[in-house]
Design a protein around this ligand. Structure first.
Ligand code: GLN
Length: 301
């Protein structure tokens, strides 16, 4: 319970262990880590500060703010949503109700795309080299496009999304990372709004089977937007759309890089092949995440 008088103010160390215990009792995974993040955010102390000054007396208003955050966490809201921020590719992103919470798994897609840029020598210094153009389909918070744009300063990028609210958030994130001058954000249904052609198209589309949505943890089903999760009856609806449209929108030799869900590699490879894309264009088609799962597929025109 938050204190009401100066006399009752507790030390930060006691508050921290109390929060950790409450999260553990509720079955929250990584309770110690989450407790440090929430207590740190509520008290305005970083992790080192919390360790160094456990006796720091916590002001009552801060403890009341912390209590509100813990109640939200115990109601299955993820920490990133409580804070409104999430780190991706070591960059800080604003997240909100209209956007998928960026996942560390998706960093595999960034690695796969950067490998292409290196393979094709996009960074080659030449005054009149053509600027490469990237499209991110279903950009959400903009995390993929912004991470790629900040790694590849010689590119231009387009982010497409159905949700204007997500695009507003992506725009704030682009500004926060100083890439807004090279990015355009467009409210559109996949590639339907453009006749441009791209050197690289990336997407982390919705890929959960509709029938499996209810089995996901409440942190996901109650807080990530369904539009960003639901891949239709067999989970492949978005892949059929994207892979159907991409060949017409790729520059000659251009690449398509897609994140996939577990067990979807064979089906999505099949769609890519049927669309006339090359699966072994000098780089492996399948790219694995740190857990050894095929997380991403690459194909080229
Ligand atoms: N591109 C965003 C991400 O990877 C959003 C993806 C989505 O909404 N399915 O986080």
């Amino acid at each position: 319970m938050p204190c009401e008088t100066q006399m009752e103010r507790r030390g930060a160390g006691d508050v921290l262990s109390d929060v950790r215990r409450r999260l553990e009792d509720a079955g929250v995974g990584h309770a110690a880590l989450e407790a440090r993040v929430l207590v740190g955010a509520a008290l305005g102390m970083d992790a080192a500060d919390l360790i160094a000054r456990p006796e720091h007396r916590v002001p009552c208003d801060r403890e009341a703010r912390l209590e509100g955050m813990i109640e939200r966490r115990l109601g299955h809201e993820p920490v990133s949503r409580i804070l409104g921020r999430r780190e991706f590719w070591s960059l800080d992103f604003e997240v909100g109700p209209a956007t998928l919470d960026p996942r560390p798994d998706s960093e595999t897609l960034i690695e796969a795309a950067l490998e292409i840029a290196e393979h094709e020598d996009w960074g080659a210094a030449s005054g009149n080299a053509r600027r490469r153009i990237i499209a991110d389909l279903g950009t959400g918070s903009g995390c993929l496009l912004i991470a790629l744009s900040s790694e590849l300063p010689q590119t231009l990028g387009y982010g497409f999304d159905l949700s204007p609210e997500a695009l507003r958030m992506a725009w704030r994130n682009a500004r926060a990372h100083s890439v807004e001058g090279r990015i355009s954000l467009v409210a559109a249904d996949w590639l339907a709004a453009t006749r441009a052609s791209f050197d690289l198209i990336v997407s982390n589309p919705p890929y959960i089977r509709t029938g499996d949505l209810a089995e996901l943890e409440p942190e996901v089903t109650e807080h990530d937007p369904t539009l960003a999760l639901d891949g239709g009856e067999d989970g492949l609806d978005a892949y059929r759309r994207i892979i159907g449209e991409a060949p017409g929108r790729l520059a000659p030799g251009g690449w398509l890089v897609l994140e996939i869900g577990e067990g979807q590699a064979a089906a999505v490879r099949g769609l890519m092949r049927d669309a006339g894309l090359q699966l072994e264009g000098g780089l492996t088609c399948e790219v694995r995440d740190l857990g050894g799962r095929v997380r991403c597929l690459r194909a080229r025109l």
